[in-house]
Design a protein around this ligand. Structure first.
Ligand SMILES: [Zn+2]
Length: 303
C-alpha cells in the first residue's frame, strides 16, 4: 500500500527527534492540545501514522520521563495511546502551568512556546496529532483540529507571528479547525515544521498544474487561430475562382494578381508567409488588405 501524502509528510517530520528538553516539552504540548482528548482525568492520542506512533513514547520519555499506560498493538490501523495514572496526569498538567482542577479551559501557555525553537516544536506536535494535508494533485488543503476553543485562537496568533500569514478557521463537530488553502502557505508551513520534501511536492504539483494550464491555453488558442486561418483562406480561394470564372482576374492590377496567385499556390499558408512571397515583400496587413480586396471584388456584382 502506498503511503498517503499526509502520512509521508508526518513520516518525514518524525525523522528528527527534538534535541532540547524545552522543545520536547513544547512538542508534547502541541500533541496534547490537538490530540483526541486531553483532560485532567485522562489523555488519549489516536493516530494512523506508524512513525508518529514510534516517536510518541520517546517524546514523552524525553519531556516527562514517563511512559504511556496503554500503548497500541502494532497491527491495528488506528493506534491509541493513553495516560490514566493520576500522578502522571498531575506531572503533565503542572509542567504546563495548569492544576488538575482548572483544566476545563486549556490554553497555550505562552511560557512553553517562548523560544523560537519551541514555537516550531509546538506546531509540529499540533500537526502530528491533529493535522493532515491533502495530496496536492487533488487540491491544496492543510488543517489542524483542536477540541479547545482558546487553543484554536492562540495557535492562530502563533501561526500569524511565526509564519507571517493567518490560517482560516472553522468549527466542525464541536472542534475548531485551523486550515490553509494556498499552496505557498502550505509549502511554507510544511518546511517550517520539518517536512521540506513534502513542501517541495506541493510546489512541484503547483508548477505542473500551471504548466498544464499554459499548454492547454496555447492549444486552444492555436486551434482557434488555425480554424480562423483555414476559413479565411477558403473564402479567398472561392473569391479567386469566382473572379477567374467571370474573366475578371486578368484585368486586375498586378499587385492583386500576384496576391491571388500566391494564395492559390499556398492554400494553407499564413498571411505573414504570403506577405514574404510578394515581390517586393510586403507587410502582413498589406497582404491582408490585398486578399480582402479580392474577396470584396468577387462579392460585387454577384447578385
Ligand atoms: Zn526549544
Amino acid at each position: 500500500m502506498t503511503m498517503s501524502f499526509s502520512a509521508a509528510a508526518k513520516a518525514e517530520i518524525c525523522r528528527v527527534m527534538p534535541q532540547n528538553h524545552c522543545c520536547a516539552l513544547a512538542e508534547c504540548f502541541g500533541v496534547l492540545l490537538f490530540c483526541n482528548s486531553f483532560h485532567g482525568d485522562g489523555i488519549r492520542i489516536i493516530t494512523e501514522s506508524r512513525e508518529f506512533a514510534q516517536r510518541l513514547p520517546r517524546l514523552f520519555r524525553k519531556a516527562f520521563s514517563m511512559s504511556f499506560d496503554a500503548c497500541p498493538e502494532e497491527t491495528e490501523r488506528k493506534l491509541v495511546f493513553q495516560i490514566r495514572s493520576q500522578r502522571k496526569l498531575e506531572t503533565i498538567m503542572e509542567a504546563y502551568g495548569f492544576s488538575r482542577e482548572d483544566t476545563l479551559a486549556l490554553h497555550v501557555n505562552l511560557a512553553v512556546v517562548e523560544e523560537e525553537c519551541c514555537k516550531t516544536a509546538f506546531l509540529r506536535g499540533a500537526f502530528l496529532a491533529g493535522g493532515s494535508v491533502t495530496d496536492p494533485g487533488k487540491g491544496y488543503h492543510l488543517e489542524m483540529t483542536t477540541t479547545h476553543q482558546s487553543v484554536s485562537r492562540e495557535t492562530f496568533a502563533l501561526m500569524r507571528e511565526v509564519m507571517g500569514f493567518s490560517p482560516k478557521t472553522a468549527g466542525r463537530g464541536g472542534g475548531q479547525v485551523l486550515y490553509l488553502k494556498q499552496s505557498e502557505q502550505i509549502s511554507d508551513f510544511l518546511t517550517y515544521i520539518g517536512a521540506p520534501v513534502a513542501a517541495m511536492g506541493i510546489m512541484e504539483a503547483r508548477l505542473e498544474k500551471e504548466l498544464n494550464n499554459k499548454v492547454n491555453r496555447r492549444c486552444n488558442c492555436d486551434d482557434a487561430n488555425t480554424s480562423k486561418v483555414v476559413e479565411a483562406a477558403q473564402e479567398q480561394l472561392a473569391a479567386i475562382r469566382k473572379l477567374r470564372a467571370r474573366g475578371q482576374l486578368e484585368g486586375l492590377p498586378g499587385k492583386l494578381r500576384q496576391a491571388a496567385a500566391a494564395r492559390e499556390e499556398n492554400p494553407e499558408s499564413a498571411l505573414t508567409e504570403l506577405a514574404e512571397m510578394m515581390e517586393p515583400p510586403i507587410t502582413k496587413s498589406a497582404m491582408s488588405h490585398r486578399l480582402k480586396k479580392l474577396v470584396e471584388l468577387a462579392g460585387e456584382g454577384t447578385i
